[in-house]
Every structure is written in C-alpha cells, then in structure tokens.
Design a protein around this ligand. Structure first.
Ligand SMILES: C[S@@+](CC[C@H](N)C(=O)[O-])C[C@H]1O[C@@H](n2cnc3c(N)ncnc32)[C@H](O)[C@@H]1O
Length: 217
C-alpha cells in the first residue's frame, strides 16, 4: 500500500530545517527507538481515527500505518508544503489523509471532515519554539478533540529551551501538560539524536459539549 521511495534524502530534511528551524525544530528525523516509544502507549489496535501533528518526512506516519486497523483513518497535519507533498507522493495508503494546515486548526479541519473526537494524537511539534499563547491554544484543541479515554503522546528533546522576550530559559513541558491532562508520564529515550523525553498524557481535562464523532459513531 505504500510508495517505494519511502525515504526523503536526509540532506533535504536538513535543508528544510536550516530554512526554518523554529518550525521544523529538529536536525534529523526521529530514530526508530523514539518512534516506537511515541507509538507504544497509543490505543491503536481498535482505533477509528488517529491524528499525527508534524509528520515531517513520515517516519512515524509509516510506523503508525503498520499498526492501525485496515479501516482506520490517519489525519496528518503538516505545515511545511514540501513535507506535505513528499508524504502524499511517497505513501499511497487510503487510510492516510495529509492535511496541509497548522495543527492549531485541529477542530476546524476535523469538523470540516465530519469528525469530532479521535482515539489518539501524537505530536512531534517543537513546543519550545512556540509562544505561551500558541502552546495553550494547541493543547486546548488537542484536549477538546481527544476522546475521554484517548491518549496523547508528545516528545521533547532533553535540555529544551524556550525564548521568553530576549531570555532563554528552561522549558517545563511537563508542568504545562499537567494543566491539560489528569495523568502525564515521562520516559527518556537515549537512542535518538538528540535524546528525548516522551510524554504520555491521559484523561483530558478539557471538555466541551461535544459528545460524538463521525468515525467513533
Ligand atoms: C521535529 S519535526 C518532526 C518530524 C517527524 N515527525 C519526526 O519525528 O521525524 C516537526 C514537524 O512539525 C511540522 N510543524 C511545525 N509546526 C507545525 C504546525 N503548527 N502545524 C503542523 N505542522 C507543524 C514541521 O514542518 C516538521 O515537519
């Protein structure tokens, strides 16, 4: 079901990173160890709809498709047009919908397609490079879209910093995630460049009047 030219030339990934490091937020695609740690906690076996934020060249996307049921849907939000094109041209799997839009437009893009809640969300977005406002807006969207028993995973490189005004300071993603979820677990993955924490978040605290989904109908 997948295209043959799976891997984007590594130099092309680096070129994208150099042209917009704050958005790409990495110097290389994630390792298979980080990918595995991001996917393992997710309830994929019986999932109907799953969201990936920031698929890049698709290392996690391909691994996700290997684990999802044949009739599930994977909505992948990618802001970078080159990565979005690459995903569309190299992965020909009917379960994958590549959405060339900002992750912040999650609810809008979901409801445009008739969905409200999803089983799982995984995010590779570089939250350290976002403003406080963007982070809260994004986590709110994630919290609203996730089913009550849904799970969210997010990674963050060790020693991540954030820019506050003109000052660099340590970025405490864990504290932020606790504001939006009842349970937040953290695991270190050393075999990645650079090593990273994987956060597994359960029990969204964000609730709206929404109760149903199209595919979890
Ligand atoms: C650190 S890379 C991760 C790529 C891939 N998932 C991996 O693990 O190797 C982050 C990706 O998120 C995308 N991205 C950044 N901000 C975004 C946003 N607001 N909405 C959607 N995608 C975004 C970037 O273009 C990039 O492809």
């Amino acid at each position: 079901m997948r295209g043959r030219d799976d891997e984007m030339n590594p130099a092309a990934f680096v070129a994208e990173a150099l042209s917009d490091f704050a958005t790409v937020g990495a110097i290389a695609p994630s390792s298979r160890f980080l990918t595995r740690a991001m996917l393992r906690p997710l309830p994929l076996k019986n999932a109907r709809v799953v969201i990936e934020l920031g698929p890049g060249t698709g290392v996690m996307t391909r691994a996700l498709l290997d684990l999802l049921p044949f009739d599930a849907t994977l909505l992948a939000f990618e802001i970078n047009p080159r990565f979005a094109r690459h995903l569309r041209s190299t992965i020909s799997d009917p379960r994958l919908v590549v959405i060339h839009a900002r992750a912040e437009a999650l609810q809008e893009e979901l409801s445009r397609r008739g969905y409200r809640h999803v089983d799982a969300i995984l995010s590779s977005l570089a939250m350290g490079f976002m403003s406080d406002r963007q982070r809260h807006a994004l986590l709110n969207e994630i919290g609203v879209c996730l089913k009550k028993k849904g799970i969210f995973t997010q990674y963050q490189y060790l020693h991540s910093l954030q820019l506050r005004g003109r000052q660099l300071s340590k970025f405490d993603l864990s504290g932020l995630l606790w504001q939006y979820f009842r349970s937040v677990q953290r695991k270190i993955i050393w075999r990645n460049l650079p090593p990273a924490f994987v956060f597994t978040c359960r029990g969204t605290r964000v609730r709206t009047s929404h109760t149903a989904t199209k595919n979890s109908r």
